[in-house]
Design a binder for this molecule. Structure first.
Ligand code: SAM
Ligand code: SF4
Length: 499
């Protein structure tokens, strides 16, 4: 064994801290996902009658998380008319909690070195054709200058492989460098104000450092909640091969004081109904134990990936109809949560997704490492994880959404004024967070239109702003004059004003 392999192995051996898993397990050593119970619950709730579904939809409207039995009943509906009623209810729930806002962000891949071997991922260790790269701090700054200074993003999700080269110190440095970039724009300046992190499960001590670095949401996807499938797809002896280390990643985050977490499942690895049940069980566990559910849920569909044949030959790939059904089921089962649909999906599916309950999306995305600075056209080949379905620019996407009546929000105020964790859960559940979000969406959209929009997009966006301002005047008159004050200041070039 060479020195380098030795060192890597040493790092590997110290990653998992059994004491940071065991304390959460039941007396008999079990975790909170009971596969047999999930399968039985799905079986026991077959053929739900219309009245039962109506009762469940009424419960969703109260913004209360459903039980596994209730979710199973929804997942067993096949009648077209009832499915349509469920979709309409999902949209109502979304409008109640999130109104007509779409929160927008960009992904930024910082490194694709990885010591794991997930059978479906192009970054896996055994993919010898992957062009491995970890961005230097200078390269990160160049990427951010484009994202914040030319495209106009305010929120990022940064993505790391699991490797000592992108360990906690690198993560902390990268967050600091991202937040430090400030670029002059047409009327003001561009800056990333919120960095969410998608990274491997971490130790409590490391998570504390991430909290102190000003992380937004901490995301870890369980990939599949089904134990046996998990074992097959994540080889034994790898860090990711430890199901429980991953399952309790969010418990450790709460312990470290990160109260804003995102969960997810990679759809296509196992039966989609089972995975939705897993997400609901996870959400309920976090709500029961910490009083706070997931701020976001991601439900990516597996995409073809370089040298990862499982990504195309899995028997569980999810077709469009079932994908729509699972989005509706998630919205109704976990009504408070933000739902993220990414540019992996086609433009048409993303439009649909907003009517099924989705609230967040990315645009102008580039998932090749270093791809923003090097030009998006070069993002092909083996430096990216998979192929995107929607490669339109942020300007085009925003124009389309504005024409459909949505306001794109770049608001990042929540976590900066302490509206996170339990506080935001309560505000979301009672619809009050919507008030702050509405006001901040208007201000941040105005900033973006003045700093980055093309003339046509500006026109479409201003029509939406006018409608929003009128709504505030009529429905929230107590906020109107302060909003207008901030709005005028924003128009004249002041930046980052928020409620
Ligand atoms: N290495 C970290 C981890 O695995 O948690 C974070 C980075 S990993 C690239 C982020 C996510 O990409 C994974 O959680 C997985 O759900 C997703 N992913 C992996 N392979 C994929 C594929 N073929 N299609 C779509 N998403 C994939
Ligand atoms: Fe590595 Fe994450 Fe890809 Fe697995 S999914 S190979 S852990 S980057």
């Amino acid at each position: 064994m060479s020195m380098r392999t030795n060192k890597l192995q040493e790092w590997h051996n110290k990653r998992i801290k059994p004491e940071e898993i065991n304390k959460y397990l039941s007396a008999s050593g079990k975790d909170f996902i009971d596969d047999d119970l999930i399968i039985r619950t799905l079986e026991n709730n077959k053929n739900p009658d219309k009245k039962r579904i109506h009762d469940i939809l009424s419960k969703s409207m109260t913004i209360e998380t459903l039980t596994l039995d209730e979710t199973a009943a929804l997942l067993n509906v096949s009648d077209k008319d009832i499915l349509e009623e469920m979709r309409e209810a999902a949209l109502k729930v979304k409008l109640k909690v999130y109104d007509n806002r779409i929160v927008t962000f960009a992904p930024l891949y910082l490194g694709n070195e990885c010591i794991n071997n997930c059978l479906y991922c192009g970054f896996k260790k055994d993919n010898e054709s992957a062009n491995r790269r970890v961005l230097s701090m200078e390269e990160i700054r160049r990427e951010v200058e484009i994202l914040a200074g030319q495209i106009g993003h305010k929120r990022l999700i940064v993505v790391y492989g699991e490797h000592p080269k992108t360990g906690i110190d690198y993560m902390v440095d990268s967050l600091k460098n991202i937040y430090d970039v400030k670029v002059k724009t047409r009327k003001g300046f561009g800056q990333i104000r919120r960095v969410n992190v998608n990274a491997a499960p971490m130790q409590v001590e490391e998570l504390r450092k991430l909290r102190d670095a000003g992380i937004g949401t901490y995301q870890v996807f369980q990939e599949t909640y089904h134990h046996e499938t998990y074992r097959k797809l994540h080889p034994k002896g790898t860090i990711k091969g430890n199901y429980a280390w991953r399952l309790y990643a969010m418990h450790r985050a709460f312990e470290a004081g990160i109260d804003d977490v995102g969960i997810g499942s990679l759809f296509g690895l196992y039966d989609w109904r089972f995975e939705v049940m897993g997400l609901v069980a996870h959400s309920r566990e976090l709500e029961t134990r910490f009083g706070i559910g997931p701020h976001t849920i991601s439900f990516p569909r597996m995409e073809p990936a370089d040298n990862a044949p499982y990504a195309v030959k899995s028997p569980y790939l999810v077709n469009d109809d079932n994908f729509k059904r699972l989005m509706v089921a998630i919205r109704l089962s976990i009504p408070h949560t933000g739902m993220i649909i990414t540019a992996r999906e086609s433009a048409q599916m993303r439009r649909n997704a907003f009517t099924f309950g989705c609230t967040q999306t990315d645009a102008s995305s580039c998932i090749g490492i270093g791809g923003y600075a090097e030009g998006m056209q070069k993002q092909k080949g083996n430096r990216q994880q998979f192929i995107l379905g929607d490669t339109r620019s942020l300007d085009e996407t925003i124009r389309e959404y504005a024409e459909l009546g949505y306001i794109t929000s770049f608001c990042t105020a929540g976590y900066r004024c302490g509206r996170t964790g339990e506080c935001i859960m309560n505000l979301l559940k009672t619809g009050q967070e919507g008030v702050f979000c509405k006001l901040n969406a208007i201000l941040t959209f105005r900033e973006w239109l003045d700093d980055f929009a093309s003339p046509e997009t500006k026109k479409a966006g201003e029509r939406v702003i006018e409608k929003e301002l009128n709504e505030v005047k009529n429905k929230l008159p107590e906020f109107y004059s302060r909003l207008m004050e901030q709005y005028e200041k924003t128009k004249s070039g002041e930046r980052d004003l928020y409620f």
